[in-house]
Design a protein around this ligand. Structure first.
Ligand code: HEC
Length: 160
């Protein structure tokens, strides 16, 4: 009996700090979540853009796609400077144009206006590809400017 009491006492003595610790941990996890939430909450009040309400997976996917877009534009400009218009045309069609892959990606979004803008952008990139093929620098720059106006317009309107 005495032994049981002692054992009980020990267990209680150990148990109490453990549960206090667990509570403490829970608390700080909760705090961390809140903090995280605060950092992520740049809701529409912060800027007037429309949120696409993307899942974390779609966000990563979209940003990777966007980084490839900016890289394509950089390549196109470099190739134009080198007079390699055929190469630049291929990049415009394959990396920015309305390929089946791009069409599929645009259609994954819930927002019709976003979809429209996205499709118009890819079509303008195909036009850019056609103009580049002529080798005319001035017309190519005008077409590139038009395509990039889609980048600017969409970024001004939508956010993740
Ligand atoms: C139809 C809409 C749309 C078009 C067109 C568009 N983007 Fe984006 N882009 C977005 C959205 C939405 C984001 C995320 C912005 C945010 O949440 O702040 C983004 C983000 C980006 C980013 C940030 C990537 C990162 O890793 O942080 C880059 C770079 C970018 N876009 C480049 C481009 C370029 C270059 C073009 C044109 C050649 C372009 N985008 C065309 C919608 C678009």
């Amino acid at each position: 009996m005495k032994r049981t009491m002692i054992l009980f006492g020990i267990l209680f003595a150990i148990g109490a700090p453990i549960s206090a610790y667990a509570e403490g941990t829970e608390h700080s996890v909760e705090e961390m979540k809140q903090h995280h939430h605060m950092m992520q909450t740049d809701e529409p009040k912060a800027d007037g853009r429309i949120s696409l309400k993307l899942t974390p997976h779609m966000k990563q996917h979209q940003l990777a796609n966007m980084r490839s877009h900016v890289e394509a534009v950089q390549s196109i400009i470099g190739m134009m400077a080198e007079g390699e218009f055929d190469k630049a045309s291929a990049v415009a069609h394959n990396k920015l144009g309305l390929t089946p892959k791009m069409k599929k990606m645009c259609n994954m979004f819930d927002n019709d206006d976003f979809k429209k803008l996205g499709l118009a952008f890819h079509k303008s990139a195909d036009e850019l590809g056609n103009v580049l093929k002529t080798g005319n620098m001035k017309l190519s720059l005008t077409a590139l400017h038009k395509t990039m106006s889609s980048c600017v317009q969409c970024h001004a309107t939508f956010r993740q």
